[in-house]
Design a protein around this ligand. Structure first.
Ligand code: DI6
Ligand code: FE
Length: 407
């Protein structure tokens, strides 16, 4: 028996496709979890088996949070308090706090504890209409503890109505076992950990923190070669605290994305644009670190680089689980337009995860993940702060009973 054709009618569509079309009196049809047709309601091609009247509401693709570290244990509120007193993020990290403080907490946590602590953060993102989320490892820093984090990420993807993409970030900082032996640590990840974790189906992409307090460009290049040998895409935490040249190398290697970019400039913007590498902006980290330098948005725009926005949810620099707040911050703090912010959590975020054409747009052939909003104008996304205008989330053409209100 063929799958029923569902019609979702009487909607204002922000398609987030390449043309960023808005369709005021729009409709879409879905079959077998995919979008079959999108357009003006007046041009509807076929009669449907099931009809949903969306009462003139705005509809966007399901939101995509393309950069999170949401699996972690404990908090670092003590470090935030220290930073308020004037200590810097780097000073705290060099003194053995920072990422390593969370590494101690994650190593001590059981897989169940890690799941239970992380689940509410994921739930908060989903409540705002996130249907795809990237989750990084990077607080285990042993093979066993990185595997534990990635298993928790996969488990979250089965337990919640969301698509989880995992990223191995074992190269987040040098663990105590490899103190002053960063090259050997990268070698262990490249030769042993990555192939094993990949064989277990735990890794969708590989990331590295390329900074003075973490890893060099040469070390990133070594890790990227190992990823490429396994057919895995790469991304980079680049130019957040200083300019090391990581972005130029990553773009040359065809990385999916370079993330943060506060210390990037014209050359990086040009390189990202010509490589098709997405510039992922993380305004919550900028805000919480009291950042002084902004990513080069004007240059990125002038070169037509793709801009994405993510929550960066993590206990150190971005203790938050709200993509809508990140959109607000990207507009107010970094000067993005409302439309750039919307593309940044849909089509461009999909591309940052290697999912373009599959998710992030209302277009024929895409997975039918979309959100129905209580908005009078689409600019209200990224306008509200601490208020959630989500009405209904549809995932693979099914209305979710959760996090929607009872229908
Ligand atoms: N950059 C970040 O913003 C996070 N990781 C990274 O490489 C921060 C991670 C943390 O402080 O726990
Ligand atoms: Fe990050």
């Amino acid at each position: 028996m063929s799958e029923p054709l569902k019609l979702w009618r009487n909607a204002q569509l922000a398609t987030c496709d390449a043309a960023a079309r808005v369709i005021a009196r729009g409709a879409l049809t879905t079959r077998a979890g995919r979008i079959e047709w999108v357009g003006e309601e007046a041009a509807l091609p076929a009669a449907a088996d099931e009809v949903h009247d969306l009462a003139g509401a705005w509809v966007t693709p399901g939101l995509i949070d393309c950069h999170t570290h949401l699996v972690f244990a404990g908090t670092r509120a003590n470090e935030y308090a220290e930073r308020l007193r004037g200590r810097s993020y780097e000073e705290i990290a060099r003194a053995g706090g920072g990422i390593l403080a969370t590494v101690r907490a994650v190593r001590a946590a059981s897989e169940e504890q890690l799941f239970d602590e992380s689940a509410p953060r994921l739930a908060a993102l989903l409540a705002e209409g996130v249907t795809t989320v990237e989750i990084k490892s990077g607080y285990g820093l042993t093979l066993a503890d990185e595997a534990k984090m990635l298993r928790v990420a996969r488990h979250l993807g089965r337990a919640f109505p969301v698509t989880v993409r995992t990223t191995l970030l074992a190269a987040h900082t040098v663990p105590p076992e490899y103190r002053d032996r960063a090259d050997e640590y990268i070698e262990a990840i490249a030769r042993e950990w990555l192939p094993q974790l990949c064989a277990q189906g735990l890794v969708d992409a590989v990331d590295i923190f390329c900074e003075n307090i973490a890893f060099s460009v040469a070390q990133a290049e070594r890790l990227f070669a190992a990823a490429r040998a396994l057919g895995l895409p790469v991304k980079m935490h680049a130019e957040q605290l200083g300019n090391l040249g990581g972005t130029l190398m990553a773009a040359r290697q065809g990385a999916l994305s370079c993330d943060h970019l506060e210390y990037a400039g014209e050359a990086e913007a040009a390189a990202l644009a010509s490589a098709g590498t997405v510039a992922v902006l993380l305004p919550v980290a900028f805000y919480c670190l009291g950042g002084e330098r902004q990513p080069p948005v004007a240059a990125l725009r002038a070169h037509h680089a793709m801009l994405a926005i993510a929550s960066d949810c993590n206990p150190g620099s971005a203790p938050g689980a709200s993509l809508l707040t990140a959109m607000s911050m990207a507009t107010r703090l970094f000067g993005l337009t409302a439309d750039e912010a919307l593309q940044g959590v849909t089509r461009h975020a999909a591309r940052a995860l290697g999912l373009e054409g599959e998710r992030g747009a209302l277009a024929a052939g895409q997975v039918a993940d979309f959100v129905v909003w209580n908005l009078r104008s689409i600019e209200e996304l990224g306008y509200w702060i601490g208020f959630n205008p989500r009405r209904t989330v549809v995932r693979a053409a099914e209305v979710l009973r959760w996090p929607n209100p009872i229908l």
